[in-house]
Design a protein around this ligand. Sequence first.
Ligand SMILES: [Zn+2]
Length: 396
Amino acid sequence: MSTEINLDELYNNSIKILSDLIGFKTISGEDNSNLINYCENYLHNFGATSFKTFDDEKKRVNLFATIKAKKSNGIKPIILSGHTDTVPVSKSWSTDPFKATIKKEKLYGRGSCDMKGFIACTLAFAPVYSKTDLNRDIHFSFTFDEETACIGAPILIKELKKRNINEGICIVGEPTKMKIIDAHKGCYEYTTYFEGLAGHSSMPHKGVSAVEFATKYSNKLIELREELKKRSPKDSVFDPPFSTLQVGGIFGGIAHNVIADKCHVEWETRPVVKEDGIFLNQEIDKYANEVLLPEMRKVFTNSKITKKIIGEVAGFNRVLNSEACEFVSSLTGDNSREVVSFGTEAGLFQEIGISTVVCGPGSIDQAHKVDEFIELSELKKCVKFLDGIREKSSIN
Ligand SMILES: [Zn+2]
């Protein structure tokens, strides 16, 4: 291919596309199909093939599109991955959050840095990649509902497995100021519901207090937290080095003198290794089913304890000599590796055998905030980075 690469033009196109993307209101849990259709039509214009996967209601959509290699000679694909949803907005914005506004070298708008900026830059490169004689497939992976415990990505990943797309390099473009992030803890959230039997407080033996059993359950969780500390891996890269657990809320009861028939406990754990999550769930389920429930049912046979999974975001594990990290380092010249405290979809791609790295434009400091922005210089860096991918993915 001999077409001139004009980085200024690509940068300007990124800004245009980012402005379009911000205009689509895609708060987690809401319909994101307009944005996905925009991306899909755009990518089709440049010869991409694609498929979509959906939530149960078919309102929320993941898109996976591919610009095919001309000749791959076994070179593994690259996946450029981003989530299309954003967190909600409050009334205190000083600009319209769904309209891109540029002021003093910053572009404001909900999702500008987390993470429509990255998606926009990748789209701007679609025409370039499609004109390049690629030595590998380049995939675009755009998911829904990442912000609410990575609900969309597992549906997509299941389909990738089915289609044998389970190798290569995945770049998750979350805002890291283009630094390499190669690990984060998992984040598992649960709500456990207790149903007992209401009654008068003067006759405690005739009721089953959901509040009291929820308290016992919470205490057991706190005990297990100590066990998690003891299980801390020696080579842990995290701070703190062990899996954490916290009880975020206990909700139940109506009055001093009424035995509460309902209560629920909201809790979460951030496992450093998957095994800790499994251990914790086994132990707490065993306690609920073998200790608490029989006790509750002695008085009221219809007593119930139900644990609902709110979300289980897989941890992202550091890998020595990671192909993805080395690839990104070769483009950015930065050999540092960092860990972060926020969760991403990276662990899900890693789980199916794809070498994964988190690296994208913008700073997490601006994510989820009122007046979210991305510095234009970050978009510029990302454009240069994506041009590096073109260079490394071109036959000549
Ligand atoms: Zn994000």
